[in-house]
Design a protein around this ligand. Structure first.
Ligand SMILES: Cc1cc2nc3c(=O)[nH]c(=O)nc-3n(C[C@H](O)[C@H](O)[C@H](O)COP(=O)(O)OP(=O)(O)OC[C@H]3O[C@@H](n4cnc5c(N)ncnc54)[C@H](O)[C@@H]3O)c2cc1C
Length: 467
């Protein structure tokens, strides 16, 4: 199957590209008209001690780094937040979807079970404890010998010709430069791909009808049993949409209509609950001012709802927010253009590829693109019935820049396909594939697109931990 042509509109996002040694980051139109500040060039400390650099430690980056290390590569990871895990931890996700897959997905479930941190019996939809996940991931990194630096943001990328050679990070240690033969962009938002000059798409179109952001929170209650009819089970085969509708009715009783009309409560453990009940519309993942505004509004709405529920009394008595997420959840980021674009037709036809790294099964899940849509449908599937479909390795390899792979929600795909593969079970599987391919490429002095997937999958079979 051939990739669909990427529209001219989307190709507008190609950053300044092609000049060796030029940071492909700031576009003239990004500066307010007529104003600019000249920053002097300076020498930075340069470190060249690893084979693979992974940027971003969410579900995809975790799997990529651990897998590359197990495949024999020296690996370094940079993560902007103060913990590993991305949406799993800083985003307080609490729920794993499309997780019934072999490899690191199963290993992680086993590790969660060993620590009694998983709830529910479903194979594909699992509730877990976000705080325990932070510790588990750190231990897994240490065990695999992955070098990692938290509180560190990837902020520039430099190429020699088409090849990405060096990145620059910013942190309390200042600006630092890092070089490696292969890089993996697992920033979720596609920061590295964009910095390196790759073309990308985001949302449904340029004006950002993109999927809304949501700020999750942990709540404590007096007695979870008395809230049972409002708590979503972890088995999707059960008709527990009823719990969401019941919770919506309770929130409406407080005099508020939530910006997410399918508010969802999960039980993490005992009297600890997790909640998702807000949407922030039209916020591009690369606009810090709008993300700030969205975060502030979302946090205010969460407090308003929880305070309102507590005032209802009865089973809600004593309900309070234990913590809102450090990071508002971003559904739609940049989708970096790869050597293949996973597309709507793949999802409809149930595409099969020789270089398949994962078979995605999750439905097309498009959350309301505006407050108006939310009143009629909190989410929809665009009328598409998903047939389990393959994601090929080519969608994880950048087209415009050599030595760069992607994994997770920023791989190469269209709006519809992304709305299906974007959940964490697929991100983990993609991370594994990118990790093993990057390691094989770096250790044999090849580029990722020169490593056949037959080699990568054979190596994966050797290094996966038995579960
Ligand atoms: C509100 C919400 C609800 C969702 N519900 C579910 C669900 O129930 N189950 C499910 O499985 N999936 C769910 N998803 C989808 C899930 O978020 C994605 O599958 C997941 O985020 C993909 O993982 P990732 O590793 O690609 O990205 P992320 O989890 O976003 O990880 C990216 C990491 O990169 C870091 N980073 C970003 N930029 C930089 C930079 N420049 N430098 C250094 N580090 C950087 C970030 O801090 C983060 O840690 C939901 C998403 C949202 C937003």
């Amino acid at each position: 199957m051939n990739p669909p042509a990427i529209s001219r509109r989307h190709l507008l996002h190609t950053a300044i590209a092609g000049v060796a040694g030029t940071p492909a980051v700031l576009r003239a139109e990004d500066s307010p008209k007529g104003t600019s500040f000249h920053e002097d060039a300076r020498d930075l400390p340069l470190v060249t001690d690893v084979d693979v650099i992974v940027c971003g430690a969410g579900p995809a980056g975790i799997a990529a780094a651990i897998t590359a290390a197990r495949a024999g590569a020296k690996v370094r990871v940079f993560e902007w937040r103060g913990c590993l895990g991305g949406v799993w931890t800083a985003g307080l996700l609490g729920y794993l979807l499309d997780f019934d897959k072999p490899g690191f997905n199963q290993e992680l479930l086993k590790r969660l079970d060993e620590r009694d941190m998983r709830r529910g019996t479903s194979k594909g939809s699992i509730c877990y404890e976000p705080e325990g996940m932070k510790l588990l991931l750190e231990e897994l990194f240490v065990e695999a010998g992955v070098k990692f630096q938290l509180h560190t943001r990837v902020s520039a990328a430099y190429r020699e010709g088409k090849r990405l050679t060096t990145i620059v990070t910013e942190s309390k240690s200042g600006r630092q430069a890092w070089r490696a033969p292969v890089f993996i962009d697992t920033t979720g938002d596609g920061d590295l791909g964009a910095l390196a000059g790759c073309a990308f798409e985001f949302g449904e179109s340029d004006s950002c009808p993109c999927q809304p952001m949501s700020l999750n929170a942990l709540l404590v209650c007096k007695d979870a049993a008395s809230l049972a009819s409002y708590i979503h089970g972890s088995d999707p085969s059960k008709a527990d949409g009823l719990a969401k509708d019941a919770l919506l009715a309770e929130i409406q009783r407080t005099g508020h209509f939530p910006s997410y009309s399918k508010p969802t409560l999960w039980q993490v453990r005992d009297n600890l609950l997790l909640v998702m009940m807000n949407h922030q519309y039209g916020v591009p993942c690369f606009d810090a001012a709008k993300i700030t505004e969205a975060t502030v509004q979302a946090r205010a709405e969460m407090h308003k709802i929880v305070n309102g529920l507590r005032k209802l009394g009865g089973p809600w008595e004593g309900l309070q927010i234990a913590a809102t997420a450090e990071q508002i959840g971003v559904r739609d980021g940049r989708r970096i253009k790869g050597r293949y674009v996973v597309n709507k037709e793949d999802v409809i036809a149930g595409a099969r590829y020789d270089d398949a790294v994962v078979r995605a099964t999750f439905s097309v899940d498009i959350h309301a693109l505006s407050a108006e849509h939310n009143k009629t449908a909190a989410y929809h599937n665009a009328g598409i019935k998903t047939k389990p479909y393959d994601i090929p390795l080519r969608a994880l390899i950048a087209k415009d820049v050599d030595g760069l792979m992607m994994a997770g929600r920023n791989i190469s795909g269209d709006f519809i396909a992304h709305a299906s593969y974007r959940v964490t079970g697929n991100s983990v599987a993609m991370g594994e594939a990118a990790g093993v391919t990057a390691a094989l490429a770096a250790l044999s002095k090849r580029l990722p697109h020169e490593v056949p997937w037959s080699e990568g999958s054979a190596k994966l079979a050797q290094i996966r931990k038995p579960v």
